[in-house]
Design a binder for this molecule. Structure first.
Ligand code: SF4
Length: 315
């Protein structure tokens, strides 16, 4: 089925920019109707069950509909400070449905445990078309949807039946923080509704809610943990992430927290897991350092022990 008409008058995500991307116009995500990718590879930096023996077959989509000021993938997302996002198109290259299919099949042939589509919320029609073609061509490994959570249920319906495991972020439930960091005060409402939709459509071990702890904003994390305990404890897994890296380390933005998480904050949050009775999921060890940050200008964009490149936009 061809959903490309949805790029006209685009309301694919909660921003509802209503631009005609088929005609080449860009909304907040900065992307036309062409599906652009930046990188695909076997990745060993995800939650252990997703890595298995062969690694997760990550496919990084260019552009983003959220645009966090502290984005670690700012080179390909267009995130970081707003001026940069507007002034400079992010890295990536348009791929046809055939090339998308070939990338997925190559990842499968090279031993990937799954296809892990990273930040594709603004490109759902093209991705569904690509996944249909790839399945017809023999793709049989599970498909993961790795997103910011800033999605609308209507667009998620297009993915239904194509996705094995959803991995949405739940970044914050604080509307003021969402306005400050993502220019999206409706993020809490949109992301929580999107996650509830995912939980209605997949069993608990196939919805992994990721939360990155923001240094200095522990009350935001506490609210997320409370929401998880009240709404998702029996319907999803929690993945708690401690790897926040000051944006100044990467994109020179001064708008996000300007330090790493400290041990006291980390231990406070771990204590809250117990307080809220959250037992199932994943918890990153305290990680402070920027060595792991990707550089998508390099063909081997991640460190070699973390990832093996299969496709790069400069190929
Ligand atoms: S997908 Fe892009 S153009 Fe469409 S509504 Fe979202 S941000 Fe706007």
């Amino acid at each position: 089925m061809d959903f490309s008409g949805l790029y006209q008058d685009c309301r694919l995500c909660p921003r509802a920019c209503r631009v005609d991307r088929l005609a080449g116009s860009n909304g907040f995500c900065g992307e036309s109707a062409a599906l652009r990718l930046a990188f695909a590879g076997l990745h060993r930096g995800e939650e252990p069950p997703l890595i298995g023996k062969g690694g997760s077959g990550t496919v990084f989509v260019s552009g983003c509909n959220l645009g966090c000021v502290f984005c670690q993938n700012w080179q390909i997302s267009g995130g970081g400070d707003t001026g940069r996002r507007r002034a400079q198109r992010c890295l990536g290259r348009a791929v046809s449905t055939d090339e998308f299919t070939a990338i997925c099949l190559e990842l499968q042939n090279r031993g990937a445990e799954n296809i892990n589509i990273v930040t594709g919320s603004h490109a759902v029609p093209a991705i569904v078309q690509g996944l249909n073609a790839a399945a017809t061509a023999g793709l049989h490994i599970p498909v993961l949807w790795n997103s910011s959570g800033y999605e609308s249920p209507e667009t998620l319906e297009l993915l239904n039946g194509h996705i094995d495991t959803y991995m949405p972020d739940l970044k914050t439930l604080d509307s003021n923080l969402a306005a400050q960091f993502f220019n999206a005060p409706d993020y809490p409402q949109a992301a929580s509704q999107a996650i509830l939709w995912m939980m209605r459509h997949r069993p608990p071990c196939h919805v992994i809610i990721r939360h990155l702890i923001l240094p200095g904003y522990l009350e935001s994390t506490r609210a997320v943990l409370r929401w998880f305990a009240d709404n998702a404890r029996d319907g999803a897994l929690l993945s708690l992430m401690s790897q926040y890296t000051p944006a100044a380390e990467s994109n020179k933005s001064k708008d996000g927290p300007q330090r790493f998480l400290n041990k006291r904050e980390y231990e406070t949050v771990i204590g809250w897991l117990e307080e809220f009775g959250i037992e199932d999921g994943f918890c990153q060890e305290l990680l402070t350092g920027s060595d792991w940050l990707p550089d998508f200008n390099r063909r081997n964009s991640f460190s070699s022990d973390l990832s093996t490149t299969i496709w790069h936009f400069m190929d």
